[in-house]
Ligand binder design. Sequence first.
Ligand SMILES: [Fe+2]
Length: 268
Amino acid sequence: MKIAFIGDIVGKPGRDIIYENLLHVRQDFGIDFVMANYENASHGFGLTLKNATELLSCGIDCMSGGNHTWDKKEILPLLDSMPLLRPINFPKTVPGVGYRVFDVGGEKLATINVLGHFAMPMVANPFSITQQKVEQLQQDGIKNIIIDFHAESTAEKRGLFLLLQSKVSAILGTHTHIGTDDLCIENGCAYVSDVGLSGCRDGIIGMDKEAPLQRMLTGLPASLEIPKNCKKIMQIIICEIEEGKCINAKKLRIYDDREMQIQEALVE
Ligand SMILES: [Fe+2]
């Protein structure tokens, strides 16, 4: 199966570039299943019912979250009624689930969402909880497993990759919004520290530069805004998986004003 993964969708510019491109990317690259991170999709913070409905109708099959999952309260019932995830290492008592299993052309595919520790809310150990869930999925006969590791620290992301690379198909990082150039495949597992945002590429992590610069210069609080006009980028990883192993992977950078760039994974 061919799966695709879109990192953090940031506000309307992120949603728009996905609406404009995802269906033809799905067709051109023969993609069977698309996962994306929703946590900044609605004006940069959380996810509304309207945006969830639109994103799940434009070619996205499953969406994962992170530290901003809870920012729009209307998401709470959607976490059960839509194919959405919240990080698996929040307590079991909070709404939603941290993993889901899908049928993709007669094969099972598990998706997991997990939150890192550094500079994140207090949650359970991301490494042991993910390891336990992967072992449980394998015992259930599920080989195709993709993980959205939503974390600030590249060291934590690399750590989870080295811990689980022989057991899962892909570990793809989100949260920093900055795409990293370390896309690789080792032991049949695709990895990148961060896929990077889909949204504005000329501000500061998808936001207008004015408020963050004021914060940096003065130390005073300022509200972050999504720019009304900006240069856009869509960043997407495509992985081909056979019997649970990723056999090739590539990263597409799709722009609103220039040619697409394609980066092939380094296969170790
Ligand atoms: Fe985040």
